[in-house]
Design a protein around this ligand. Sequence first.
Ligand code: NAD
Ligand code: TYD
Length: 357
Amino acid sequence: MTILITGAAGFIGANFVLDWLAQSDEPVVNLDKLTYAGNLETLASLQDDARHTFVQGDIGDAELVARLLAQHQPRAVLNFAAESHVDRSIHSPEDFIQTNIVGTFRLLEAVRAYWGGLPEDAKSAFRFLHVSTDEVYGSLGATDPAFTETHRYEPNSPYSASKAASDHLVRAYHHTYGLPVLTTNCSNNYGPYHFPEKLIPLMIVNALAGKPLPVYGDGMQVRDWLYVKDHCSAIRRVLDAGRPGEVYNIGGWNEKPNIEIVHTVCALLDELRPKPDANSYSAQISYVKDRPGHDRRYAIDASKIERELGWKPAETFESGIRKTVQWYLANPEWVAHVQSGAYRDWVQTQYAATAEA
Ligand code: NAD
Ligand code: TYD
């Protein structure tokens, strides 16, 4: 048996493949376009591992996907591939529409054709697992109950709107064609191999480089944070035992305002890599112009996956964030290599604009 994973050179997909092959000998075919966010160095330990086949390509390339499905006959397709950064979606939404909506549609079409030709037992055992986000549900008020799976879709950014559209397509392929789909909507992940355009790795990398730590607006926006390996274990559980057609929210029961996250990162760095002058990294915090349409609060009610599938996060935020900071301190080469020319151009565009508070 084999599984096909898309976008597994990115942050969560790569963590998923590393964990999968640490626990199972079932081979993985990894289809990834290698955009700026895809990095094969993360999977360097699998270079000579026959269980991992890497294919560079686009989920929207119907011919390529059809060929891979026919060749490898996977029992499941897991779709991690996406454009994933909200700020980039605000600057240039086009890629989000192409990959997250059109790409998911083309992938679904190729999978539907392949699945339709499988023998009955393989057909009913097949799964299409779509990895999505809590951002599709929009923004909560301070005292609103957390998002459940039946919460209305109210996406506010081009990123969340494109993910919402992909979720709807996945749902439709189940209801219309009977494709055995599973959808997961997860909160903000953090952990090893996280591209340093997102809040937590950006703060670690900037702090160590002596640069400002840019906090948008008043820093009181709330996110639920989940250690990436817990997200991976939840996806494995949903793949094993989730009911086709169902949606599972995944979260860490860990809501925190951004400014508290930044102070926690600074305190850990003060402890693990104190500055020579003994000042705190928190002196580098700099409030900048807010993100347009910035969602105020996300919170996930993850009781369905716990009740029905017995999944709960293993890490607390305290243990997960410590591991994360330690990982970045131990892996400066990985960080240096992803900070390519394209990364530097992005940082310049984004933070030159936000500095105009
Ligand atoms: P990421 O940006 O780090 O990685 C995305 C990967 O997809 C990259 O390797 C990229 O090369 C690849 N890719 C992009 N377009 C592609 C295309 N057209 N065809 C093939 N590959 C393509 O993203 P991530 O943080 O690892 O997120 C993975 C998935 O999880 C996404 O679908 C995202 O919406 C979802 N998600 C992310 C978070 C989070 O906190 N990071 C939370 C919930 C859900
Ligand atoms: P991010 O990591 O981009 O994830 P998302 O927008 O998908 O939740 O941002 C997390 C939070 O941190 C979000 O409220 C925006 C905020 N943020 C900053 O304050 N400064 C930054 O430089 C970045 C990248 C994010």
